[in-house]
Design a protein around this ligand. Structure first.
Ligand code: GDP
Ligand code: IMO
Ligand code: MG
Length: 429
């Protein structure tokens, strides 16, 4: 039965965690399929705030089995820290499954992420410094360490030795850092093996069986469409596939089983780190969105860059992900504006672009073409049906829906679990 993919439509932090949590008990498995602890999902339940980085958002729903898929990169210290933190707050994490094929963020990759960024200077990406890029680079270079390697000390040692032989040269000779000892790394990783072992499974097989039994499986992306390594604003991207295609490779669930793709679109835009952002605001309005929307990174605490909604980006997300349903989040943040600008196209050196420019240089030069919609002043945080929304808020949603080209099935009107306006079931109708 249903296999659903949930992705971010913009540059991350759209409210994916809340949307996943919202489907809660209707979903039997939530699979994280890409990224690692560069993600930060804030979920508010009964006024209590939970910040998740590595664990799938389904961990907060007692009937749901959270799965860390093969496409994820795992920092084991962070994994157990997060598990302990949730257990201390009374959340049962015992159902967690971890793919034997997921890659491990080794300590040297955390170091390399930070020193590389420093070395790049003004050309830096603005990464989260969690070792994500170097770990995916190792995966592609076939020098990575996988979860299953932790259970064979001889193999683990060989792999760490092979990796460090090269990396220590880079660390010492290029970055002037101390070399890292093989024993140090092997010991650290082996220290987690016993605790990890009971969670490790052939997750693709588990998920296939679950789907055959009619269970609902949700594949939840970290990051977002424009941070995708293939489809995003390269090189200002993360190092994994955060779009719906990545859900298949990162979980082992084939495309033929996917029924629905839900994209989360914030009612305005934000971005953390470097890279082009056509609708970015550098004025008081940007500050208004940052303050009202509490736009500070869950992972690094950095202030997020803010701007108006960009439906060229939204349309692109529809195309790349095959979006069937959108969830618009944080509509409440736009309350109290006279006019709400919606970017409908770009002007690039006098030429109108209705679709994402193919060339990155053009995207850097894109000047938004705005349509100004009338705003609303009423508090919408307790609205639960579309009809309860002020008519101008309804018009805003309908215009965005028209421009992005897929139906808007739910609208977030506050951070709380129940603060949602539902138009269509996200699970299928
Ligand atoms: P994610 O990375 O996509 O899961 O998103 P983050 O958790 O990093 O950022 C989204 C933030 O917006 C979180 O602090 C959520 O609690 C909050 N949030 C989600 N939906 C809404 C909404 O509809 N209204 C408001 N005001 N806040 C929301
Ligand atoms: P969630 O899942 C927003 C950004 C970083 C940087 C770039 C590369 O919460 O939406 P990385 O550490 O991944 O190599 O950094 O990607 N980035 C995110 N921005 N939300 C995220 O995750 C992000 N994960 C990475 O800021 O620009
Ligand atoms: Mg986030």
């Amino acid at each position: 039965m249903p296999a659903i993919v949930l992705v971010g439509a913009q540059w991350g932090d759209e409210g994916k965690g809340k949307a996943t949590d919202l489907m809660g008990s209707d979903v039997d498995y939530v699979v994280k399929f890409n990224g690692g602890n560069n993600a930060g999902h804030t979920i508010v339940i009964d006024g209590e705030k939970y910040a998740l980085h590595l664990l799938p958002s389904g961990i907060l729903t007692p009937t749901c089995t959270p799965v860390i898929g093969n496409g994820v990169v795992i920092d084991l210290a962070v994994l157990f820290e997060e598990i302990d933190g949730l257990e201390a707050r009374g959340v049962d994490t015992s159902r967690l499954l971890v793919s034997a094929n997921a890659h491990i963020i080794a300590p040297y990759n955390r170091v390399l992420d930070k020193v590389t960024e420093r070395f790049l200077g003004s050309r830096k990406i603005g990464t989260t410094g969690r070792g994500i890029g170097p770990t995916y680079a190792d995966k592609m270079s076939r020098t990575g360490i996988r979860v299953q390697d932790l259970f064979d000390e001889k193999i683990l040692r060989q792999k760490v030795e092979a990796a460090l032989e090269f990396k220590n040269q880079v660390l010492a000779k290029i970055y002037n850092r101390r070399a890292i000892e093989v024993d140090e790394v092997v010991e650290e990783l082996l220290g987690y093996a016993a605790r990890l072992r009971p969670m490790v499974a052939d997750t693709s097989l588990v998920l296939e069986q679950a789907l055959n039994e009619g269970r609902t499986v949700l594949m939840e992306a970290g990051q977002a469409t424009l941070l995708d390594v293939d489809h995003g604003t390269y090189p200002f991207v993360t190092s994994s596939n955060a779009t719906s295609g990545g859900a298949c490779t990162g979980s082992g669930i084939p495309p033929t089983r996917i029924d629905r793709v839900i994209a989360i679109l914030k009612a305005y835009s934000t971005r953390v780190g470097e890279g082009p952002f056509p609708t970015e605001l550098h004025d008081d309005m940007g500050e208004f969105l940052r303050k009202t929307g509490a736009e500070y990174g869950t992972t690094t605490g950095r202030p997020r860059r803010c701007g108006w909604v960009d439906t060229v980006v939204g349309r692109y997300a529809t195309r790349i992900n095959g979006v069937t349903d959108f969830v618009i989040t944080k509509l409440d943040v736009l309350t109290g504006l006279d006019k709400v600008p919606v970017c409908v196209a770009y002007d690039v050196d006098g030429v109108r672009h209705d679709e994402m420019p193919v060339n990155q240089t053009d995207f850097h030069h894109a000047v938004p073409v705005y349509e100004e919609l009338d705003g609303w002043w009423e508090d919408i945080s307790s609205c639960r049906t579309f009809e309860e929304l002020p008519v101008n808020a309804q018009r805003y949603v309908l215009r965005v829906e028209e421009l992005v080209g897929a139906r808007v099935s739910a609208i977030g009107v506050g951070p709380g679990r129940d603060q949602i306006v539902s138009r269509h079931s996200l699970l299928g109708d």
